[in-house]
Ligand binder design. Structure first.
Ligand code: ZN
Length: 412
């Protein structure tokens, strides 16, 4: 047993998905304590009612805030080269879509991934995950999508699988071969999809446990509605639940498609319309917002308030990638969600814990403070979650626990 004592604020995040208005009414226990038994939360409450079991270890929270470990439910964290040249081009006036149409963008990352070995991809990614852990992230979803050939896509997913054994974060693989059409299939997107959706490829992903989800970039520069539907239905036959990059740049009905196919999440939503919001609501799809991406690109944010007011469960993630969101800090992105999308700190914490768990189908085990939940926990060096997100960009995480074990500690 482990007792976490001397907690100024224990944020009792309920299991996801937490809908709309419920996101902002979080219970908090002041002067709290929490007991961990093995990998799970065994008890929590006010410190005065704590009965310390015999032979119990003690962790002093130092009057800090305790809350569930963060879950980054949308990243492209496996990549082999950075793209600061495009960053400068955009600052000089080119749009993300213009750069993509001129052969840059995702295709730049593809060249570098294809030229890398699986081991090199692992080596590039490991320090990123170590930094994410120090910022309070305990679970990360990682997409393929910079290989754009069967071999290179599988290499990316294999790198994610190998990284699972090398560090404490829980990693979730997503097959995003439908990120864009590679050069060799220019103007023949359907022929490209024939290769990456071949039954033998999808069966291998399933049999080797390489991906739980399948994602599509449904956008003018990538795949249209019909092609996106085809990708999701092919992957679903092999047990991969659908996700969608939807309504990022141009409104083309992608969010409605996400609702139609019952996607587990629809991600981006910068240009979502009322029909799209209604479709997600009807399907119980989690709306994953990526405020770090709009911040990085200097474009408008998704309408978080409208989506929350429609009573949808909203998650927030980094979209960490070298092109459109070179932002690996989820706490920074959470502060951006506050200042740029006008989400409250409580809403943002729920969005990056319980609702992010729901976007990854892990709400029964992760992202909440409840007896029996996995003890993925953060101890902050500040007394409240408001103070944490108010201190924009400073790492306020003192201690990280993953499944009941201390895996990151600022004091060590
Ligand atoms: Zn993305």
């Amino acid at each position: 047993m482990l007792a976490i004592r001397n907690i100024a604020e224990l944020l009792v995040v309920p299991p996801g998905p937490v809908q709309g208005s419920s996101m902002r009414t979080l219970e908090r226990i002041c002067d709290a304590a929490l007991l961990v038994d093995g990998e799970r939360i065994a008890w929590f409450g006010s410190e005065s009612s704590l009965v310390t079991p015999p032979e119990c270890e003690c962790l002093d929270a130092g009057r800090g805030c305790v809350l569930p470990g963060l879950i980054d439910c949308h990243t492209h964290a496996v990549f082999a080269s950075t793209r600061e040249g495009e960053f400068v081009q955009r600052l000089e006036g080119k749009s993300y879509a213009e750069i993509a149409e001129a052969g840059g963008g995702i295709r730049n990352s593809v060249e570098a991934v294809r030229a890398s070995t699986c081991q090199q991809l692992v080596d590039h990614t490991l320090p990123r995950l170590e930094r994410m852990l120090r910022g309070g992230v305990t679970t990360v979803e990682i997409k393929s999508g910079y290989g754009l050939s069967v071999e290179a896509e599988l290499k990316m997913l294999q790198a994610v699988k190998e990284l699972k054994a090398l560090q404490p974060l829980e990693l979730v693989g997503t097959y995003l071969a439908a990120h864009t059409t590679p050069r060799e299939f220019a103007d023949r997107p359907d022929a490209y999809l024939d290769t990456v959706l071949d039954d033998t490829v999808l069966a291998r992903i399933r049999d080797e446990g390489l991906a739980e989800f399948c994602d599509v970039f449904c956008e003018r520069t990538a795949f249209d509605i019909e092609q996106s539907r085809r990708v999701m239905s092919a992957a679903a036959r092999f047990g991969m639940a659908p996700k969608l990059h939807a309504d990022q740049i141009r409104q083309m009905g992608a969010t409605r498609l996400a609702g139609e196919v019952g996607a587990i999440s629809a991600d981006h939503l910068e240009t979502v319309d009322e029909g799209g919001i209604a479709a997600l609501k009807a399907a119980g799809t989690v709306a994953v917002l990526l405020p770090g991406c709009s911040f990085f690109l200097g474009v408008g944010q998704a309408p978080a308030r409208r989506i929350i007011d429609a009573d949808l469960p909203v998650a927030v993630a980094t979209d960490y990638n070298p092109g459109s969101s070179m932002v690996e800090s989820l706490p920074l992105v959470m502060s951006i969600a506050c200042t740029q999308m006008k989400m409250t700190p409580a809403e943002v914490v729920v969005a990056a814990t319980a609702n992010a768990a729901a976007a990854l189908g892990r709400q029964d085990r992760l992202g909440a403070i409840e007896v029996g939940m996995q003890a993925d926990l953060l101890v902050l060096d500040v007394p409240s979650h408001e103070r944490w997100l108010y201190e924009v960009g400073r790492n306020c995480v003192r201690t990280v626990l993953k499944a009941g074990k201390v895996v990151g500690n600022a004091q060590i």
